[in-house]
Ligand binder design. Sequence first.
Ligand code: TRP
Length: 349
Amino acid sequence: MENKIDDEKIKIEDVRPDKNLNILTGDRPTGKMHIGHFFGSLKSRIELQDKFQTFIEVADVQALTDNFNNPEKVKQSVSQIIMDELAVGLDPNKVTFFIQSQIPEIAELTIFYSNLVTIARLERNPTVKTEIAQKKDIFGESVTYGFLGYPVSQAADITCFDATYVPVGEDQLPLIEQCREIVRKFNSIYGETLREPVAVMSENIRIKGLDGNVKMGKSLGNALYLSDDLNTIKEKIMSAVTDPGRIKKDDKGNPDICMVYYYHNLFTDKAECKNICEECKAGKRGCVACKKQLIESVNKTLEPIRDKRKYYENNPKEVMDILMEGSKKARVTAKKTLEKVKKSMKLDY
Ligand code: TRP
């Protein structure tokens, strides 16, 4: 069976490996990665790196669209993000890591595509709409041209690398849809040139925060970072929210409303989780012991990641070399795309 590429999205378990096809995905460098990123995107990237030609972009230019007043944060986060990716097992021999600002072809494409999308369409993009509402502190009543246009720049990221698949979370679907529209418009005006990308959806896991918030995030102060040391993990888990109705150790608990049990399900093996659930319901397990057990499980997963990350923290030059080599390699592909695009647009002097 051939890979289906007519649909707008496909589930990760339905993609068939093909080393001739490209994958592109990326992150805005605005901080370190937490376990929400790990379960939400990094795990699927690890799976995909063996199946396709994988490009991973550190989207520093995009990060500046809502952090233009904080370039230092963006700059510092570039290496943090890459160290997280390397630490979880993404392999620079399989993945081309690159920095968006090192690929000027993306900026050129963005300008070309900006004629193919209306302001009204950008304003209707649900992801952009939500973000603008959340970022009133940055934009006030009037959003910048750059931020409103970031879906155009993201379409450039994707098409620049001739990506067939784009592994993303649910929140990014409107951006893939907008990219597909731009591609169709481009092809209909200038002739068949660009490929319409398909979103690859992993099992939709959005990890809740330790405080029970539906979202884990840096600004929410409820995140467990891949780089957290054992003491930090201990502190965070000891203060996690449990069933508030349980006061004494032998009170019968409700694991369904307990964040510690929720996290056990992510980090502790299934049989043991069943046991934990039953003991809690029967009032045979104290929350403190349960938290201590969770600390051990979490640390078992995070320790090797942390150790590998330490290696890269101690070898910053190696990290930059990976990014620079990757950017050089990525540019070869980007230049080929630009050549095709300029030819179609009669800009080939
Ligand atoms: N917008 C994405 C995010 O906020 C990051 C990103 C930039 C991206 N360029 C991309 C994702 C290209 C997929 C493909 O997470």
